[in-house]
Design a binder for this molecule. Sequence first.
Ligand code: SF4
Ligand code: SF4
Length: 594
Amino acid sequence: MKELLMGNEAVACGALAAGVQVVAGYPGTPSTEALETVAKRRPEGVYVEWSINEKAGAEVAAGAAYAGARSMVTMKQMGLNVASDPVMCVNYVGVKGGMVIYVADDPGPISSQTEQDTRSWGQFAKIPVLDCTSPEQAFEQVQYAFELSEAKGMPVILRSTTRVCHACAVVDVPEFVSPKPVEGFVKDPKWVIFPGLSYQNKKKIFKRESELAKLFSENGKNPVTGSGKTGIACGGISAAYVADAIRGHEDQFTVFNVTAPYPFPVQAAKAFLDQVDKVLVFEELDPYIEDHLAAMGADVIGKRSGDVPEAGELSAVKVAGMISAKTGIALDLKAADLPEAPALPVRPPVLCAGCPHRGAFYAVKKAMKGRKFIALGDIGCYTLGNAMPLDMVDTCLCMGAGVTMAQGLNHVDPSTVNFAFIGDSTFFASGITGAVNGVYNQADIVLAILDNSTTAMTGHQPHPGTGVTMMGERVKPVSIEAVLRGAGVTSVRTVDPLNLGEAVSAIQAAADEKGVRALIFKSPCIAIVPKEKTAKVDQDACIGCRRCISELGCPAITMIETADGKKADIDPALCTGCGLCNQICPKHCMEVIR
Ligand code: SF4
Ligand code: SF4
């Protein structure tokens, strides 16, 4: 049946059409919907899970593939770093069932700490990489990835980028059937990664590289189209931009669309180069295609020559402009041809109105007034605690790093109290090891766990603390407090961050202790509980001091002009009635009502 699918949904549907049996992953924009779609649409017999991190997800998928099942693990580009240990190794060991590693790259970066190009990562890991140009092509490409993986007994990376992940296209989706029964795990020394075996397998991987490069040149995965003397090499979403840019002028160009970038299809590239006088390369992230063509002796116009931006996303209009500038060919697609987008309201990133993290940050700030402290942040929506007026994120590196960086700071300056803020989902993903490290190595830190009972940043996925799985089963939640106590953290206080008095006292007590001590700020994310309350300002009592705005920064509060001067006002559509503002107001004139 024909359906309008988003790129990530197309990957999921393609995997189900290919008979995938086990899908694991960790949420992260722009990849998240791939696993969610598998969970929604899976036929009986397909297992799906949000793993606690990408490494765990890759290992679950590898185990299933060892037993002969088709498996997929999903993640964003940063997650590939977390998964790199098992992914590197599974390439040396090999698989029986097809194993696809779906990685969504984020040029910009739009919602990531850094840019990272999975094509280059695949080359580094020596794992074949297939790239997606459009949702329709992603649907086909993932099916080919499974076939290739199974035929060659190796994992295959399917790479996509934000604009493909989130674009929509019509795809002919078949009815999904349960996966075929598999043989199961058969004991064999080949599954045990010993140095001697790795040495032998490295030779096979090296040989396989040239065989695959030949296959990718001959099987139509890297098509060379057109007969013009101006060559354009591209891949992924950039190929779609090029197609739009040169529409109506195709006869003047020869286009090399690299959809299977690693191992690089040298023969196809040579055929392309032989046909053209000039080569322009359009690709996002690394100059991957560009460097391979340059290594073949081509004089390339691209990122290295300074003609294509080295960072950020491209667009059809930008590509058209660059082609015209470099070739003198007037193309029809110009920025002025496109309808002008309406001006967007200014929306600085900020914690939601009523977010319990605001209470936790505010309480720490208040409790530590006059004392030396550092607020180490982490990855999650609470990173937005860096915004003014809270200004409570002094560092942020990568998932889980706040906990261990706090230990590094403590070893250098023991007089400062280091607060490591980490969310509940991130704690399970990569905070536990840092906590254990701190206990074992006698670090002196305050572990501040912002437990809002969900993975809020990526769309409220469940995690081990929520008591529900991705398959919808109710399970016993894993207690963060019990995990900490099991690791040897003896001082653990659970407090309500929306009760400032209670929170401040607990923080001051924890700050005065030594060793690894934990504060669990527990209050659910406002997006997962029904809204039942709001707050209202008694403007007769309000003295217009602005304390509620300048200290708390809740976006529901504004100052309005009244007959009696400027007074605070609350937008009932945004306010959740958390009551924080009333607690800090000197007149307590912000009453919470039902
Ligand atoms: S009660 Fe106050 S702090 Fe809480 S959401 Fe409403 S306006 Fe914001
Ligand atoms: S803190 Fe209270 S008194 Fe001051 S502006 Fe806000 S509502 Fe008015």
